[in-house]
Design a protein around this ligand. Structure first.
Ligand code: ZN
Ligand code: ZN
Length: 492
């Protein structure tokens, strides 16, 4: 196993050393080369090492693409708790078994299921009615088929809504505006995402009849971005939707003009014409249903060693086919595990987790933690940020792993990956593990265009760049090979 360790630690070098050198040699010379190799087998320094996982990832079949294409083509949208997600699990079990992984299984759990219904919206007054492109947010209440109409209470930001007195919100349709800008590290999601994550909850507590947000997206298409919103216990859910960026721009222009239109004069000035919206959202709660995690393993040679866990999520939103979110992630982690397995048995077991029901509340990640949280895990990694290239590696490792982190950073540097200064934070499905102290490594992907497509009907296979997808697999393979062979003294 020593030879594998050496290759894993310098995968880039191994590739350049072996490369295509032999491919261009005539067959006769190649045979002679092989004889020479056999003759000098005892002098191990002169034997070209067998290909490492990263090298295997650079050539031959593109496993990540195949998984992403097949899953999005044969199953398509995979909304949590639905028959489509169950079909995806059956598909996943069959595919992972066919790839030669061990202990392939489904671990079921129950969860509340929400499904989309009709979704329409109009600005109705003070101008002529205009239709908006809207989508409901996960857990939104229904307006009923006849819909609701109300005055819009405009807030330029999530913080403005939080600060607003109740009388400005009560009985109104709250609109939350914001300007999310693209960022390579996707850092706008946390700040601007709050309007989606909990905006409806805050508005509901202040008596709003519905909430509409400017979609959490960086594109200029009329594709609203869906996503989950969360109502805390005891708060009655209200209808909650997101409108596309161009529709939000239109709403804001009408709002500004309506503000100048005098409805009634008062001693203090005037009351402006209200901007009114009609909303028809008819999602349904279907009650408790089954979902599940799909798990597969590459068994390690040392059964006492703690496993490396690599995760993605199998479910997707229903508007697109869930290609970048997160079929590609499942393709990336699984391709890397396959390459490590093909390069030779690693010391540690690699456990692949295709989590269920991530989008609607990380139910799969929680179920995994409930079942396996007390087991030892060496380190956890997740791929759930699209299919564009990995540009940074971050660590959250014990002090004993300083040398390991240096080897990992050196191994990915040839592929254009820099070492970050901030600690790794894992990902949603491994979040509970990392919070409980399991070490983590993040392979941060370029998120510059991620939020153009995220959670929209545009999340389809054609948005994936095969070259960048393969770079992910090469980097993951290099990292996974090293982690799976890491010493007990490094990751207990
Ligand atoms: Zn995701
Ligand atoms: Zn998502």
């Amino acid at each position: 196993m020593g030879a594998r360790l050496a290759i894993g630690a310098c995968a880039g070098e191994a590739y350049r050393y072996d490369g295509d050198m032999t491919a261009s040699l005539p067959l006769a010379r190649l045979a002679g080369f092989a004889t020479l190799l056999l003759a000098t087998a005892s002098a191990s320094a002169s034997i070209p090492p067998p290909p490492g996982a990263a090298e295997l990832a650079q050539r031959g079949e593109d496993i990540a693409w195949a998984i992403t294409e097949d899953l999005t083509t044969e199953i398509g949208p995979r909304m949590a708790g639905t028959e489509s997600e169950a079909a995806a699990r059956r598909w996943a079990v069959a595919r992972l078994q066919a790839m030669g992984f061990a202990n392939v299984r489904e671990e079921q759990f129950d969860m509340p299921v929400w499904v989309r219904g009709d979704e329409q919206a109009w600005l109705t007054s003070p101008f002529l009615p205009q239709k908006l492109a809207i989508t409901a947010l996960g857990t939104s209440a229904s307006t009923g088929p006849k819909g609701i109409e109300g005055d819009i209470a405009y807030f330029e930001s999530f913080d403005a809504l939080v600060a607003a007195p109740e009388h400005l919100v009560k009985g109104k349709i709250v609109f939350i505006d914001h300007q999310m800008a693209p960022a390579q590290d996707g850092s706008g999601y946390g700040a601007y995402g709050r309007g989606r994550f909990v905006g409806a909850n805050i508005a509901a507590k202040k008596g709003a009849i519905a909430t509409v947000i400017r979609a959490i997206g960086t594109d200029d298409h009329r594709n609203p971005h869906t996503g989950g919103t969360n109502f805390e216990a005891g708060v009655k859910p209200i209808p909650a939707g997101a409108i596309s960026n161009p529709d939000a721009d239109q709403l804001v222009r009408q709002w500004k003009r309506a503000q100048q239109m005098r409805k009634t004069e008062t001693a203090l000035g005037y009351v402006a014409e209200p901007l009114r919206m009609k909303l028809v959202l008819t999602p349904q709660n279907l009650g408790t249903k089954h979902s599940g995690n799909v798990i597969a393993e590459v068994p390690g040679s040392d059964p006492a060693a703690s496993p490396v866990i690599i995760a993605c999520h199998l479910d997707s939103w229903d508007l697109g086919t869930g290609a970048i979110d997160d079929a590609a992630g499942c393709g990336i982690v699984t391709a890397a595990a396959k390459h490590v397995m093909s390069a030779g048995q690693p010391r540690r077991t690699i456990r692949i987790l295709w989590a269920g029901a991530e989008e609607v509340g990380v139910f799969g990640g929680k179920a995994y933690f409930e079942k396996h949280g007390t087991e030892k895990h060496a380190v956890a990694l997740e791929s759930d940020f699209g299919a564009d290239r990995v540009w940074r590696i971050d660590f959250k490792l014990p002090d004993s792993a300083k040398g390991l982190a240096d080897r990992l950073a050196a191994a990915v540097a040839p592929f254009g990956v820099v070492r970050g200064k901030q600690p790794a934070n894992g990902g949603a499905d491994i979040g509970a593990l990392v919070q409980a102290g399991v070490p983590a490594v993040d392979l941060a992907q370029d998120g510059t265009r991620y939020f153009d497509i995220h959670h929209t009907p545009d999340d389809t296979l054609d948005k994936i760049d095969p070259a960048q997808l393969r770079q992910n697999v090469v980097v993951w393979s290099a990292v996974l090979a090293i982690l799976a062979d890491s010493e007990e003294s490094e990751l207990p």
